[in-house]
Write a protein that binds this ligand. Structure first.
Ligand SMILES: *Cc1c(COP(=O)(O)O)cnc(C)c1O
Length: 369
């Protein structure tokens, strides 16, 4: 692996397959039937990943994942709604920021960064704050790598008649999600995470009957999910300039996803990556931040060593020179760093990364324990 094309151990952008990058070696017209059929087939495949055919539609959106989260919240929540945000990390905090900007009422359920959102706690929040109409739930909090129990939360929302918008950005494609009979009203993800495409587009999988009631509600023109969907239904085209190469890369990435065996196979490969990483790092003396029961297979947060010689930037540079890109921590209270397990990489790559980290720590003279 040359230093000019390192392995990204980051949760998007991530390492993509050669075929995915090659799919971007031609240009597409946004009016062209072939391109618009490609968009349609991508959306059909995305819908199938979550078993949403029939009842749900998939609306693609230009931009990074946050653009789609903002589009979903702005389009699906009425101005007089009130959104509960169970909050255990930076992506939950981002949802709160979006709601503040839009002037939408919200209540947060504050949790520790190692504390999953529990259905009982959400039920108690409904009792405390009867104005709550919606729940915005991050499925996999990428800040720590924490998996929230989406099925339980969806069931409690359905029982209480609350709408549920799930940010499944870093879980979609790798963690099982089944929309059939679920309490999930909308699911948001993006091209450049577990689907292993390149970054540049997100998508919202939403109940069609709900989306149909949301015309002219979005406070944003560019992020109006209903308008985007209605225009695409009418014309087959994207409403504004589409990210053509990103769509082509995602088409190829989805072909590879299906060939690999879909979500179960992708989840299993990431589980092997994650187990290899945790075993290797533990042998070096590093301690994961999360208990195994709540640790996802997507990204692992490790405690920083207590040695005063420790500086993440030094480790980053040394490991980068060996061909691997690490990720800084994103927790507010504890000094940590993160290693992603997703992308077109396997357990051999993880063993290589662990070896590079071990060598770097040795040459930097850092005591881990
Ligand atoms: C990546 C991610 C997002 C979107 O972040 P962008 O920087 O806009 O791509 C949102 N939520 C979660 C949980 C994520 O992992």
């Amino acid at each position: 692996m040359s230093a000019s094309s390192p392995i990204l151990l980051t949760p998007g952008p991530l390492t993509t397959a050669l075929g995915t990058r090659e799919a971007m070696l031609r240009d597409w017209g946004s009016w062209d039937g072939e391109f618009n059929r490609m968009t349609r087939s991508v959306c059909a495949d995305l819908l199938a990943v979550a078993h949403g055919q029939g009842e749900y539609v998939c609306v693609p959106m230009q931009g990074s994942g946050t653009f789609s989260v903002e589009a979903a919240l702005g389009t699906l929540v009425p101005r007089d709604g009130c959104v509960l945000v169970p909050s255990n990390g930076a992506y939950c905090a981002r949802i709160v920021k979006i709601l503040e900007r839009m002037g939408v009422a919200h209540a947060t359920l504050p949790l520790g960064e190692d504390e999953p959102a529990r259905a009982e706690a959400i039920e108690a929040a409904f009792a405390r704050e009867p104005r709550i109409t919606h729940v915005a739930q991050v499925h996999l909090e990428t800040s720590a790598g924490l998996l929230n129990p989406l099925d339980e939360i969806a069931a409690v929302c359905a029982r209480h008649g609350k709408r549920l918008i799930a940010d499944a950005m870093s879980s979609f494609g790798a963690v099982p999600i089944d929309l059939r009979g679920s309490g999930i009203d909308a699911l948001v993800s993006a091209s450049g995470k577990c689907l292993e495409g390149v970054p540049g587009m997100g998508f919202v999988i939403v109940r069609q009957a709900l989306l149909e009631t949301c015309a002219r509600r979005s406070p944003s023109l560019a992020l109006d999910l209903h308008d985007q969907w209605a225009y695409m239904e009418k014309t087959t085209q994207w409403r504004y300039t589409p990210p053509t190469h990103v769509v082509a890369a995602l088409r190829r990435a989805l072909d590879q996803f299906v060939a690999e065996g879909g979500q179960p196979a992708r989840g299993a490969r990431y589980a092997r990556n994650c187990a290899t990483l945790i075993d290797g790092m533990s042998a070096l003396g590093f301690v994961p931040f999360l208990a195994p029961a709540m640790q996802s297979n997507i990204i692992v947060t490790f405690h920083a060593p207590r040695d005063p010689a420790w500086r993440f930037a030094d480790l980053y540079d040394a490991v980068r020179a060996a061909g691997y890109i690490l990720y800084p921590g994103k927790l507010t209270e504890v000094d940590t760093f993160r290693v992603g397990c997703i992308g077109a990489i396997d357990d051999n790559d993880m063993r290589g990364a662990v070896a590079a980290i071990g060598q770097a720590v040795g040459s930097l003279g850092i005591k881990i324990r």
